[in-house]
Design a protein around this ligand. Structure first.
Ligand code: NAD
Length: 283
Protein backbone atom coordinates (compact mmCIF):
# COMPACT_ATOMS: atom_id res chain seq x y z
CA UNK A 1 0.00 0.00 0.00
CA UNK A 2 1.34 3.43 -0.88
CA UNK A 3 2.28 5.96 1.77
CA UNK A 4 -0.74 7.68 3.26
CA UNK A 5 -3.27 5.17 1.82
CA UNK A 6 -5.56 7.97 0.64
CA UNK A 7 -8.49 5.61 0.01
CA UNK A 8 -8.08 3.46 3.13
CA UNK A 9 -11.43 1.93 4.14
CA UNK A 10 -13.17 2.80 0.89
CA UNK A 11 -14.62 0.49 -1.74
CA UNK A 12 -14.35 0.93 -5.51
CA UNK A 13 -16.49 -0.70 -8.23
CA UNK A 14 -14.65 -0.93 -11.56
CA UNK A 15 -16.13 -2.17 -14.84
CA UNK A 16 -14.01 -3.58 -17.65
CA UNK A 17 -11.37 -4.60 -15.11
CA UNK A 18 -9.96 -7.73 -16.78
CA UNK A 19 -7.19 -5.85 -18.59
CA UNK A 20 -6.11 -2.50 -20.02
CA UNK A 21 -7.10 0.66 -18.21
CA UNK A 22 -9.67 -1.06 -15.96
CA UNK A 23 -7.07 -3.43 -14.57
CA UNK A 24 -4.61 -0.57 -14.01
CA UNK A 25 -7.29 1.41 -12.15
CA UNK A 26 -8.14 -1.60 -9.96
CA UNK A 27 -4.50 -2.10 -8.98
CA UNK A 28 -3.94 1.63 -8.44
CA UNK A 29 -7.02 2.17 -6.25
CA UNK A 30 -6.09 -0.95 -4.25
CA UNK A 31 -2.60 0.50 -3.80
CA UNK A 32 -4.35 3.64 -2.57
CA UNK A 33 -6.07 1.49 0.09
CA UNK A 34 -9.50 0.64 -1.43
CA UNK A 35 -11.14 -2.78 -1.62
CA UNK A 36 -12.22 -3.57 -5.16
CA UNK A 37 -15.32 -4.90 -6.91
CA UNK A 38 -14.05 -5.82 -10.38
CA UNK A 39 -16.25 -6.95 -13.25
CA UNK A 40 -15.71 -7.74 -16.91
CA UNK A 41 -17.61 -9.53 -19.67
CA UNK A 42 -14.52 -11.71 -20.37
CA UNK A 43 -15.68 -12.71 -23.85
CA UNK A 44 -17.03 -11.45 -27.16
CA UNK A 45 -19.81 -8.85 -27.11
CA UNK A 46 -20.38 -8.45 -30.85
CA UNK A 47 -18.95 -9.89 -34.09
CA UNK A 48 -18.42 -6.26 -35.19
CA UNK A 49 -15.61 -5.86 -32.63
CA UNK A 50 -12.53 -7.08 -34.48
CA UNK A 51 -9.88 -7.05 -31.71
CA UNK A 52 -9.69 -9.96 -29.25
CA UNK A 53 -11.65 -9.62 -26.03
CA UNK A 54 -10.22 -10.68 -22.67
CA UNK A 55 -10.71 -14.08 -21.06
CA UNK A 56 -11.48 -15.35 -17.56
CA UNK A 57 -7.72 -15.71 -17.04
CA UNK A 58 -7.27 -11.98 -17.61
CA UNK A 59 -9.76 -11.17 -14.84
CA UNK A 60 -8.03 -13.74 -12.61
CA UNK A 61 -4.74 -11.90 -13.20
CA UNK A 62 -6.38 -8.64 -12.09
CA UNK A 63 -7.51 -10.44 -8.92
CA UNK A 64 -3.96 -11.66 -8.33
CA UNK A 65 -2.51 -8.17 -8.80
CA UNK A 66 -5.08 -6.54 -6.48
CA UNK A 67 -4.57 -9.18 -3.79
CA UNK A 68 -0.81 -8.64 -4.05
CA UNK A 69 -1.42 -5.09 -2.75
CA UNK A 70 -3.01 -6.56 0.39
CA UNK A 71 -6.53 -5.39 -0.43
CA UNK A 72 -9.64 -7.52 -0.91
CA UNK A 73 -11.35 -8.03 -4.26
CA UNK A 74 -14.69 -9.42 -5.45
CA UNK A 75 -14.41 -10.27 -9.15
CA UNK A 76 -17.20 -11.52 -11.38
CA UNK A 77 -17.94 -12.00 -15.06
CA UNK A 78 -20.77 -9.55 -15.69
CA UNK A 79 -21.91 -7.86 -18.89
CA UNK A 80 -22.72 -4.18 -18.24
CA UNK A 81 -25.74 -4.62 -20.52
CA UNK A 82 -27.28 -6.81 -17.76
CA UNK A 83 -28.77 -4.58 -15.05
CA UNK A 84 -29.88 -7.43 -12.77
CA UNK A 85 -26.35 -8.92 -12.77
CA UNK A 86 -24.85 -5.49 -12.04
CA UNK A 87 -27.25 -4.98 -9.13
CA UNK A 88 -26.39 -8.43 -7.77
CA UNK A 89 -22.63 -7.87 -7.82
CA UNK A 90 -23.02 -4.44 -6.22
CA UNK A 91 -25.23 -5.95 -3.48
CA UNK A 92 -22.73 -8.77 -2.91
CA UNK A 93 -19.83 -6.32 -2.81
CA UNK A 94 -21.55 -4.07 -0.30
CA UNK A 95 -22.41 -7.11 1.82
CA UNK A 96 -18.76 -8.22 1.81
CA UNK A 97 -17.03 -4.86 2.12
CA UNK A 98 -19.70 -2.82 3.93
CA UNK A 99 -19.98 0.21 1.66
CA UNK A 100 -19.48 1.65 -1.82
CA UNK A 101 -17.59 4.92 -2.40
CA UNK A 102 -16.08 4.93 -5.87
CA UNK A 103 -17.31 3.88 -9.31
CA UNK A 104 -15.04 3.74 -12.34
CA UNK A 105 -17.40 3.17 -15.29
CA UNK A 106 -14.68 2.07 -17.67
CA UNK A 107 -16.00 -0.85 -19.77
CA UNK A 108 -16.33 -0.03 -23.44
CA UNK A 109 -15.88 -1.26 -27.01
CA UNK A 110 -14.73 0.31 -30.28
CA UNK A 111 -15.17 -0.51 -33.95
CA UNK A 112 -14.49 1.27 -37.22
CA UNK A 113 -16.57 2.29 -40.23
CA UNK A 114 -18.54 5.15 -41.73
CA UNK A 115 -21.91 5.73 -40.06
CA UNK A 116 -23.87 5.67 -43.30
CA UNK A 117 -22.46 2.26 -44.19
CA UNK A 118 -22.27 0.35 -40.91
CA UNK A 119 -24.71 -2.39 -39.89
CA UNK A 120 -27.35 -1.95 -37.23
CA UNK A 121 -25.44 -4.51 -35.16
CA UNK A 122 -22.30 -2.35 -35.31
CA UNK A 123 -24.16 0.82 -34.30
CA UNK A 124 -26.31 -0.87 -31.64
CA UNK A 125 -23.49 -2.81 -29.95
CA UNK A 126 -21.37 0.30 -29.35
CA UNK A 127 -24.31 2.37 -28.10
CA UNK A 128 -25.61 -0.51 -26.00
CA UNK A 129 -22.30 -1.16 -24.24
CA UNK A 130 -20.73 2.29 -24.01
CA UNK A 131 -23.80 4.44 -23.39
CA UNK A 132 -26.60 2.18 -22.16
CA UNK A 133 -24.23 -0.08 -20.22
CA UNK A 134 -22.67 2.89 -18.45
CA UNK A 135 -26.14 4.12 -17.50
CA UNK A 136 -26.92 0.61 -16.17
CA UNK A 137 -23.67 0.67 -14.17
CA UNK A 138 -24.78 3.92 -12.56
CA UNK A 139 -28.34 2.66 -12.08
CA UNK A 140 -26.95 -0.32 -10.16
CA UNK A 141 -24.33 1.54 -8.13
CA UNK A 142 -25.73 4.92 -7.13
CA UNK A 143 -28.53 3.67 -4.83
CA UNK A 144 -25.94 1.61 -2.95
CA UNK A 145 -23.65 4.66 -2.62
CA UNK A 146 -26.52 6.78 -1.31
CA UNK A 147 -27.52 4.00 1.09
CA UNK A 148 -23.92 3.72 2.37
CA UNK A 149 -24.15 7.43 3.14
CA UNK A 150 -20.47 8.30 2.75
CA UNK A 151 -20.70 10.38 -0.42
CA UNK A 152 -18.20 9.35 -3.06
CA UNK A 153 -16.79 9.80 -6.52
CA UNK A 154 -17.98 8.47 -9.88
CA UNK A 155 -15.52 8.52 -12.75
CA UNK A 156 -17.08 8.02 -16.18
CA UNK A 157 -14.59 6.90 -18.83
CA UNK A 158 -15.45 8.78 -21.99
CA UNK A 159 -12.78 9.58 -24.62
CA UNK A 160 -11.38 12.45 -26.63
CA UNK A 161 -14.06 11.13 -29.04
CA UNK A 162 -16.57 12.37 -26.43
CA UNK A 163 -15.67 16.00 -27.03
CA UNK A 164 -14.72 16.19 -30.73
CA UNK A 165 -15.50 14.72 -34.15
CA UNK A 166 -13.98 11.33 -34.87
CA UNK A 167 -14.93 10.34 -38.43
CA UNK A 168 -14.59 6.58 -38.89
CA UNK A 169 -16.02 5.86 -35.46
CA UNK A 170 -18.99 8.22 -35.25
CA UNK A 171 -21.07 5.66 -33.34
CA UNK A 172 -18.33 5.47 -30.70
CA UNK A 173 -18.16 9.27 -30.63
CA UNK A 174 -21.96 9.45 -30.20
CA UNK A 175 -21.76 7.01 -27.27
CA UNK A 176 -18.90 8.92 -25.64
CA UNK A 177 -20.59 12.32 -26.13
CA UNK A 178 -23.65 10.78 -24.46
CA UNK A 179 -21.50 10.01 -21.44
CA UNK A 180 -20.79 13.73 -21.04
CA UNK A 181 -24.54 14.36 -20.77
CA UNK A 182 -24.86 11.56 -18.21
CA UNK A 183 -21.90 12.92 -16.23
CA UNK A 184 -23.14 16.47 -16.02
CA UNK A 185 -26.80 15.74 -15.24
CA UNK A 186 -25.86 13.05 -12.73
CA UNK A 187 -23.40 15.41 -11.01
CA UNK A 188 -26.35 17.67 -10.21
CA UNK A 189 -28.70 14.82 -9.28
CA UNK A 190 -26.32 13.24 -6.75
CA UNK A 191 -24.59 16.37 -5.46
CA UNK A 192 -26.92 16.57 -2.47
CA UNK A 193 -25.65 13.14 -1.38
CA UNK A 194 -22.03 14.25 -1.42
CA UNK A 195 -21.30 12.24 -4.55
CA UNK A 196 -19.17 13.79 -7.29
CA UNK A 197 -19.32 12.78 -10.96
CA UNK A 198 -16.66 13.57 -13.55
CA UNK A 199 -15.76 12.24 -16.97
CA UNK A 200 -12.26 11.53 -18.20
CA UNK A 201 -11.33 11.81 -21.87
CA UNK A 202 -8.27 9.72 -22.66
CA UNK A 203 -6.58 9.56 -26.05
CA UNK A 204 -4.19 6.95 -27.45
CA UNK A 205 -3.69 4.64 -24.51
CA UNK A 206 -1.68 1.50 -25.18
CA UNK A 207 -4.34 -1.26 -24.81
CA UNK A 208 -5.71 -4.04 -27.07
CA UNK A 209 -8.60 -1.74 -28.09
CA UNK A 210 -6.21 0.32 -30.22
CA UNK A 211 -5.84 -1.49 -33.54
CA UNK A 212 -3.25 0.27 -35.70
CA UNK A 213 -4.20 -1.89 -38.72
CA UNK A 214 -7.91 -0.98 -38.56
CA UNK A 215 -7.02 2.69 -38.16
CA UNK A 216 -4.54 2.63 -41.04
CA UNK A 217 -7.15 0.97 -43.28
CA UNK A 218 -9.68 3.74 -42.57
CA UNK A 219 -7.10 6.52 -42.96
CA UNK A 220 -5.84 4.89 -46.17
CA UNK A 221 -9.35 4.95 -47.63
CA UNK A 222 -10.33 8.37 -46.28
CA UNK A 223 -7.18 10.46 -45.71
CA UNK A 224 -9.18 13.56 -44.66
CA UNK A 225 -10.18 11.69 -41.47
CA UNK A 226 -6.55 11.83 -40.30
CA UNK A 227 -6.95 15.47 -39.26
CA UNK A 228 -9.25 14.38 -36.44
CA UNK A 229 -6.65 12.03 -34.94
CA UNK A 230 -3.78 14.20 -33.77
CA UNK A 231 -0.40 12.58 -33.33
CA UNK A 232 1.20 12.85 -29.92
CA UNK A 233 4.20 14.93 -30.84
CA UNK A 234 5.67 15.50 -27.42
CA UNK A 235 5.19 14.91 -23.75
CA UNK A 236 4.77 18.22 -21.94
CA UNK A 237 5.21 16.79 -18.47
CA UNK A 238 8.13 14.68 -17.39
CA UNK A 239 6.21 11.71 -16.08
CA UNK A 240 7.90 9.45 -13.56
CA UNK A 241 11.34 10.31 -14.84
CA UNK A 242 10.51 9.68 -18.52
CA UNK A 243 10.67 12.46 -21.05
CA UNK A 244 10.81 13.08 -24.75
CA UNK A 245 8.98 11.52 -27.68
CA UNK A 246 6.34 8.95 -26.84
CA UNK A 247 3.42 7.86 -29.00
CA UNK A 248 1.04 6.17 -26.59
CA UNK A 249 0.28 6.77 -22.97
CA UNK A 250 0.13 3.86 -20.55
CA UNK A 251 -2.99 2.76 -18.66
CA UNK A 252 -1.09 3.57 -15.46
CA UNK A 253 -0.79 7.22 -16.52
CA UNK A 254 -4.60 7.35 -16.76
CA UNK A 255 -4.80 5.68 -13.34
CA UNK A 256 -2.94 8.67 -11.87
CA UNK A 257 -5.91 10.83 -12.89
CA UNK A 258 -8.50 8.28 -11.76
CA UNK A 259 -6.77 8.05 -8.37
CA UNK A 260 -6.90 11.84 -8.01
CA UNK A 261 -10.58 11.99 -9.00
CA UNK A 262 -11.43 9.12 -6.62
CA UNK A 263 -9.78 10.82 -3.66
CA UNK A 264 -10.40 13.89 -1.55
CA UNK A 265 -7.78 15.94 -3.40
CA UNK A 266 -10.42 16.58 -6.08
CA UNK A 267 -13.22 17.35 -3.58
CA UNK A 268 -14.16 20.57 -5.39
CA UNK A 269 -14.38 18.94 -8.84
CA UNK A 270 -17.76 17.67 -10.07
CA UNK A 271 -19.48 17.81 -13.45
CA UNK A 272 -16.12 18.30 -15.14
CA UNK A 273 -14.63 16.86 -18.30
CA UNK A 274 -10.98 16.02 -17.70
CA UNK A 275 -8.88 15.54 -20.85
CA UNK A 276 -6.16 12.89 -20.42
CA UNK A 277 -4.41 13.40 -23.72
CA UNK A 278 -1.29 15.56 -23.27
CA UNK A 279 -3.20 18.39 -24.89
CA UNK A 280 -3.69 16.72 -28.26
CA UNK A 281 -7.46 17.37 -28.38
CA UNK A 282 -6.62 21.07 -28.65
CA UNK A 283 -5.09 20.61 -32.12
N1 NAD B 1 -7.29 2.86 -25.50
C1 NAD B 1 -7.57 4.12 -25.81
O1 NAD B 1 -6.82 4.78 -26.52
C2 NAD B 1 -8.82 4.77 -25.28
C3 NAD B 1 -8.98 6.13 -25.51
C4 NAD B 1 -10.10 6.78 -25.01
C5 NAD B 1 -11.03 6.08 -24.28
N2 NAD B 1 -10.88 4.74 -24.06
C6 NAD B 1 -11.88 4.06 -23.25
O2 NAD B 1 -11.25 3.48 -22.12
C7 NAD B 1 -12.04 2.41 -21.64
C8 NAD B 1 -11.13 1.20 -21.40
O3 NAD B 1 -10.65 0.72 -22.64
P1 NAD B 1 -9.18 0.09 -22.85
O4 NAD B 1 -8.41 1.04 -23.67
O5 NAD B 1 -8.62 -0.34 -21.53
O6 NAD B 1 -9.52 -1.17 -23.78
P2 NAD B 1 -9.71 -2.72 -23.41
O7 NAD B 1 -10.42 -3.33 -24.57
O8 NAD B 1 -8.41 -3.30 -23.02
O9 NAD B 1 -10.62 -2.68 -22.11
C9 NAD B 1 -12.02 -2.57 -22.14
C10 NAD B 1 -12.58 -3.60 -21.18
O10 NAD B 1 -14.02 -3.44 -21.14
C11 NAD B 1 -14.57 -4.75 -21.15
N3 NAD B 1 -15.93 -4.74 -21.68
C12 NAD B 1 -16.32 -4.45 -22.94
N4 NAD B 1 -17.63 -4.60 -23.08
C13 NAD B 1 -18.10 -5.00 -21.87
C14 NAD B 1 -19.38 -5.32 -21.39
N5 NAD B 1 -20.46 -5.29 -22.18
N6 NAD B 1 -19.51 -5.66 -20.08
C15 NAD B 1 -18.43 -5.72 -19.27
N7 NAD B 1 -17.18 -5.44 -19.68
C16 NAD B 1 -17.03 -5.09 -20.97
C17 NAD B 1 -13.64 -5.55 -22.05
O11 NAD B 1 -13.83 -6.94 -21.88
C18 NAD B 1 -12.28 -5.03 -21.65
O12 NAD B 1 -11.70 -5.76 -20.60
C19 NAD B 1 -13.13 2.17 -22.69
O13 NAD B 1 -14.33 2.76 -22.26
C20 NAD B 1 -12.59 2.90 -23.90
O14 NAD B 1 -13.63 3.31 -24.77
C21 NAD B 1 -9.79 4.07 -24.57
Amino acid sequence: MSAGAALEGRVAFITGAARGQGRAHAVRLANDGADIIAIDVCGPVSPTVTYPMPTSEDLAETVRLVEATGRKVLAREVDIRDLAALQQVVADGVEQFGRLDIVVANAGILSWGRMFEMSEEQWDSVIDVNLNGTWRTIRAAVPAMIEAGNGGSIIIVSSSAGTKATPGNGHYSASKHGLVAITNALAIEVGEFGIRVNSIHPYSIDTPMVEPDAMMEIFGKYPAFLHSFSPMPYQPVHHQGKKGLKEFMTPEEVSDVVSWLAGDGSATISGSQIAVDRGTAKY
